[in-house]
Design a protein around this ligand. Structure first.
Ligand SMILES: N[C@@H](CCC(=O)N[C@@H](CS)C(=O)NCC(=O)O)C(=O)O
Length: 206
């Protein structure tokens, strides 16, 4: 088994899906957590390829971009059964990326500008993405794709939680109109390995 080192901030945000993939596959990895902001990050930033995290090191070779990292790990551990299923999973992951795009502008703005961006996120962005994701869960199925947990379910699980924190809407309230997404959330949380990870992982804001 390769030597895996995941370098990310001490947050879930763009790193947690990778951690959940390792957990689900029961594969050991070094969970390197950098505080943000910190002197440590100021020193480390120029040594990273993009000046950003996450970075995954596999036997000393570096991979950048969270989605590329998740897809690489998923291909190693738990992707779809066919090219078509993998493409369906990619579609879910790309949709989940849309939760992230507006977040930095919200966090970096202040006052009435922040309130306006937050309102658009709550009232327009989230319903649009959640309606889309809900429609992508096949009727009568417990997962986005196939009959077992994949990186699609883990991505939705992590990113819906992140969106609920940023939007300041409790997750049960956010998901009350989305029974299929609520069911996926329960399935992810009831997986023994994930449940144990969630219970013991460092407690962070996002
Ligand atoms: N597209 C990149 C975005 C990475 C990114 O925005 N990373 C942020 C944290 S979530 C970061 O490194 N911020 C610190 C900085 O830019 O100094 C990905 O998905 O990995």
């Amino acid at each position: 088994m390769p030597n895996y080192k995941l370098i990310y901030f001490n947050m879930r945000a763009r790193g947690e899906v990778a951690r959940l993939l390792f957990t689900l596959a029961q594969v050991e990895f070094q969970d390197i957590r950098i505080e943000y902001p910190s002197e440590e990050w100021i020193k480390l930033k120029p040594t990273t390829p993009l000046g950003q995290l996450p970075v995954l090191e596999v036997d000393g070779q570096r991979l950048v971009q969270s989605k590329a990292i998740f897809k690489y790990l998923a291909r190693e551990f738990v992707y779809g059964k066919s090219n078509w299923e993998c493409a369906e999973i990619d579609g879910i992951m790309d949709t989940c990326e849309d939760f992230h795009t507006p977040i930095t502008p919200i966090l970096r703005s202040e006052g009435s500008e922040k309130a306006k961006l937050l309102q658009t996120y709550q009232e327009e962005t989230l319903p649009q993405i959640l309606n889309g994701l809900e429609s992508l869960v096949p009727d009568g199925h417990n997962y986005f794709v196939g009959e077992k947990l994949t990186v699609a379910d883990l991505s939705a699980y992590c990113d819906i939680e992140l969106a609920s924190i940023i939007a300041e809407i409790p997750i049960n309230e956010l998901l009350h109109k989305y029974p299929k997404l609520s069911a996926i959330r329960s399935h992810v949380e009831s997986n023994d390995r994930i449940a144990s990870w969630v219970k013991t992982r460092p407690k962070t804001y996002v």
